[in-house]
Design a protein around this ligand. Structure first.
Ligand code: BDR
Ligand code: CA
Length: 310
């Protein structure tokens, strides 16, 4: 089983990423850490706890992380995820407690005591991961891989930048230049993982408290994606990273050079992907580009169905 820590800002698709991880036997979710992103930190943390409660993940520790990006002013995505960061489903206030430890220290400690077999799965801005790398550089050789949702060859927050990278591009720069093996799930890939009305029907048919929760998430998320981008479905961005940890054969990837833009007037937060190799620079990122949609949704439906018997 591949050990993962999900560092997230739930977030409709972050929630689905957590449910996929905990519902599939090929990964072991050893912790969830939270960061400000789709909403303020208190909100994303409460949302993570709510997801754990509805899914019965009593043993999975949740640690709260950074409330602000490293340099820039915080920005949230209420137009996509609502004011709570996870609008739609109505859930009771969680009773599960967060760890006393800061997310950055939790990540460092888990890595230092590991055999180098932990994968970090950041599905929000990269603030916590950058802070961990800076606070304890000895973790670098201990990280098996960072499988990140962010970036792409086009943007959804500005024409050039994707939300997670834009919110904390300085943090992204630290992570992308860390030398840790990195696989990137940018918008080129995640827009192929589209939850359509048909997919929503398949999830609805599972008919359990967890599937009802996901249906409510999708209803809201699909609505805002229609309003804001005109899409007939919602891309389940963050779950792609977890899916890769479960079964990399669901994706086709290419090793390419990627740099993070932190200075551009129009391009701040862009992941500059050297698709044609024009710079001659060494490939530093495994970029996910192709998706086997049937396989993706079949593994997803199986994972979501696993909660029916819990
Ligand atoms: C990313 O930003 C957030 O809105 C989603 O949760 C995802 O992580 C997509 O750009
Ligand atoms: Ca996210």
């Amino acid at each position: 089983r591949r050990k993962i820590i999900i560092d997230c800002d739930p977030g409709h698709d972050d929630a689905i990423a957590i449910l996929l991880a905990a519902g599939n036997p090929k990964v072991e979710l050893i912790g969830i850490t939270t960061v400000a992103g789709n909403a303020e930190l208190d909100k994303t943390t409460i949302n993570a706890l709510k997801v754990c409660e509805i899914a019965g993940l009593n043993e999975v520790p949740v640690a709260k992380g950074a409330a602000q990006p490293l340099v820039k002013k915080r920005e949230t995505a209420a137009d996509i995820h609502g004011d709570s960061g996870m609008d739609g489903p109505i859930l009771p206030a969680p009773t599960k407690q967060i760890l006393g430890e800061h997310a950055v220290d939790f990540i460092i400690q888990k890595l230092l005591e590991s055999d180098g077999d932990i994968t970090l799965v950041p599905t929000g801005p990269l603030t916590n991961i950058a802070m961990a790398l800076r606070k304890e550089p000895a973790i670098v050789p201990k990280i098996r891989e960072i499988v990140v949702m962010g970036g792409g060859t086009f943007g959804n927050w500005t024409p050039a930048a994707e939300f997670n990278i834009f919110v904390d591009a300085e943090a992204a720069k630290v992570v992308f230049e860390s030398g840790v093996p990195l696989t990137m799930f940018g918008l080129d890939l995640t827009h192929q993982a589209l939850a359509t009305p048909e997919i929503q029907e398949r999830i609805k048919a599972i008919d359990s408290p967890v599937s009802d929760f996901v249906v409510e998430l999708l209803k809201f998320f699909m609505h805002t994606y229609k309003e804001v981008f005109g899409f007939d479905g919602a891309p389940i961005h963050d779950a792609c990273c977890v899916m890769y940890c479960i079964d990399p054969s669901v994706f086709t990837c290419r090793k390419l050079n990627v740099e993070i833009e932190t200075k551009g007037e129009f391009t701040y937060g862009m992941t500059v992907v050297d698709t044609l190799g024009v710079t001659g620079k060494e490939a530093n990122v495994n970029v996910a580009l192709g998706l086997d949609t049937d396989k993706f949704w079949s593994i997803m439906i199986d994972a979501l169905s696993s909660y029916s018997d819990k």
